[in-house]
Design a protein around this ligand. Sequence first.
Ligand code: ZN
Length: 178
Amino acid sequence: MKPEMRIGYGWDSHEFKSEIPLKIGGLTLPHDKGLGGHSDGDVLLHAITDALLGAIAGPDIGSLFPPSDPQWRNADSALFLREALQRVKTAGYELVNLDSTLILSAPKIGPHADAIRKHVAELCGIPVDCVGIKAKTPEGMGTDNAAIANVAVLLKRSESNDIEDSCDVLTVIEPRCV
Ligand SMILES: [Zn+2]
């Protein structure tokens, strides 16, 4: 019998680079620098993806989407999240809630936290009040040129094991169930 609940934890960091858009939680935030990386550098979506994959003891994001593979160059990180959610569903689980802490010196996340929370909730197909977005500045850490994301997720066992019976992840995102 599968455990009724599972937790997952994800961590990621990216370095700030000039003249690229700053993507956090699937949104583009106004800032003079963005996060470098092979994909769009969305540190929060990467940490959520790894937390989901970790919760089902799956392969990590780097194994599924290797930076050496040119098809993930500048990729929208929502693709990685969608794959992780699909794997969670295939494993017979669903996401209950997630909590995150971002650590970055700038820009301030507070003014954007509600928009990020809403967008992440839509991407994950969970209620807005099941997404925690917190932010800290990196006091004494010497990581002013990086953004770091820590994420915890809770999964519960799906009530129906009939995965054909429910909306697929893409439909939840779209958001229609046909
Ligand atoms: Zn990353």
